[in-house]
Design a protein around this ligand. Structure first.
Ligand code: FDA
Length: 395
């Protein structure tokens, strides 16, 4: 027996559930399927279990996409204020953290429960542990083989997410569907991900594991972020690294201002005038963690001597070193720990207004599966909500 739906959505994550609720509210008969046992697994673990569900300040420049204008339409059709209103309507308490990031006060579970409540409509069915074996285009839409069932639909929505965290059910299925229908893909890599280091740097810095300092980090394309840098036993992490990783390509270096809030040359001059016999090590250890200074000295980058021995050229060189500390990562930790996938279905293939494939009527994409990745800070969920909403209005 063939079951007929208006809309089939593959993927019951953030974008898929939002889309299901919206299409269902329009009276469309919707089936949302997921190969996982439960919906929204990434939502549940996000934001340390509190889900950073959006940000007070959302703009196109918070996203990495080959076409920087692509996100504008969807983000304006469904804004952060729309999502905040939904959260408030469901009585979910939330809090603002730095940089306008909004988190649940209690649990990310509240967001999943809210989306499921929004999907609780006679028009919406959900099926889990559902494997899509085949998809064929028909005259009136699509025919799918899902487990042992044959299902037809007018509109097919691909909301299968990216490749990060395969343990949570991530698969390349969305890209395979795009390929089946002749849609191009922007090469994918891990984004919002810690850096690993070359052996020499790793050996010199791994003892610093656990140290966090505020820095400004700059990628070779000039993009900068001011956030905390965290040394780990594997390499470099912390929000600044996750952010910059989306703008880094293998082989490139990053430049780090280890003392972004002061002028080191001026400070050293003042220290030298006041305490000429104080050592460079003790002086710098007042500004940065002592273990970091020791590690940089141990590998010969900084020489210890009394401040009075520093001439103006030495001071300039030292200031340049700390304000422009360069390090070339060996790579990233990859999809295993990445929060997002950079690249994906090429947005040139999609209408930015409806997210329908330009050359395949009825085929829509929502969420991270396409070449749209947000900064750390709730931007990725906002993209999932906005794109899911938009597709829900058209599919
Ligand atoms: P999502 O990954 O949510 O959903 C895709 C769904 O498709 C999954 O349910 C999956 O099982 C299903 N699927 C995949 N392949 C399938 C197949 N072959 N057949 C059937 N179903 C299939 N963002 C943010 O804004 N704030 C935050 O706090 C965080 N925190 C965070 C923490 C961690 C650890 C990670 C890994 C990621 C985040 N993110 C985040 C990113 C955010 O989770 C992500 O961008 C969104 O979940 C993307 O939503 P989607 O619906 O596109 O994919």
């Amino acid at each position: 027996m063939t079951e007929k739906f208006d809309v089939v959505i593959i993927g019951a994550g953030a974008a898929g559930l939002m889309c299901a609720a919206e299409a269902g509210k329009r009276g469309r008969k919707v089936l949302v399927v997921d190969h996982a046992k439960k919906p929204g697994r990434k939502i549940l673990i996000s934001g340390g279990g509190r889900c950073n569900f959006t940000n007070y300040d959302v703009a196109a420049n918070n996203y990495v996409c080959r076409n920087p204008h692509f996100v504008k339409s969807a983000l304006s059709q469904y804004t952060q204020w729309d999502f905040i209103a939904m959260v408030a309507k469901h009585g979910i308490a939330f809090e603002e953290r730095e940089h306008g990031q909004l988190f649940c006060e209690e649990s990310a579970k509240d967001i999943v429960s809210m989306l499921l409540a929004e999907c609780d409509l006679p028009t919406v069915q959900q099926r889990y542990q559902a494997d899509v074996h085949s998809i064929e285009q028909t005259e009136s839409g699509f025919q799918l083989q899902i487990n042992t069932d044959t299902v037809t639909c007018e509109s097919l929505v691909v909301a299968t997410g990216g490749l990060s965290m395969p343990k949570l059910g991530a698969t390349p299925f969305g890209y395979q569907i795009a390929e089946q229908f002749g849609l191009k893909r922007v090469p994918t890599t891990a984004g919002l991900v810690p850096f690993t280091l070359h052996t020499a740097d790793k050996d010199a810095l791994s003892d610093l594991s656990g140290i966090a300092i505020p820095v400004v980090m700059e990628a070779e394309n000039g993009t900068t972020f001011k956030e905390n840098l965290l040394f780990t036993h594997r390499g470099l992490s912390g929000p600044v690294v996750l952010q910059i990783s989306s703008y880094w390509t293998p082989g490139q270096a990053v430049t780090i201002d280890l003392l972004p809030d002061l002028d080191l040359a001026e400070t050293l001059n003042a220290m030298r005038d006041k305490h000429p016999n104080q050592s460079v090590k003790n002086s710098l250890s007042r500004l940065l963690p002592k273990r970091l200074i020791e590690a940089l000295m141990a590998r010969g980058d900084v020489e210890d001597r009394p401040l009075k021995q520093l001439n103006p050229k030495d001071i300039t060189a030292m200031a340049t070193y700390f304000h422009q500390w360069r390090i070339a990562p060996n790579g990233t930790e990859g999809y295993r720990t990445a929060e997002v996938t950079l690249g994906g279905v090429d947005t040139d293939e999609l209408s930015s207004k409806t997210l329908e494939a330009k050359k395949v009527k009825g085929l829509y994409f929502a969420g991270e599966v396409m070449d749209v990745s947000g900064w750390l800070g709730g931007y990725n969920f906002q993209w999932a909500w906005s794109s899911g909403f938009v597709v829900g209005q058209h599919a």
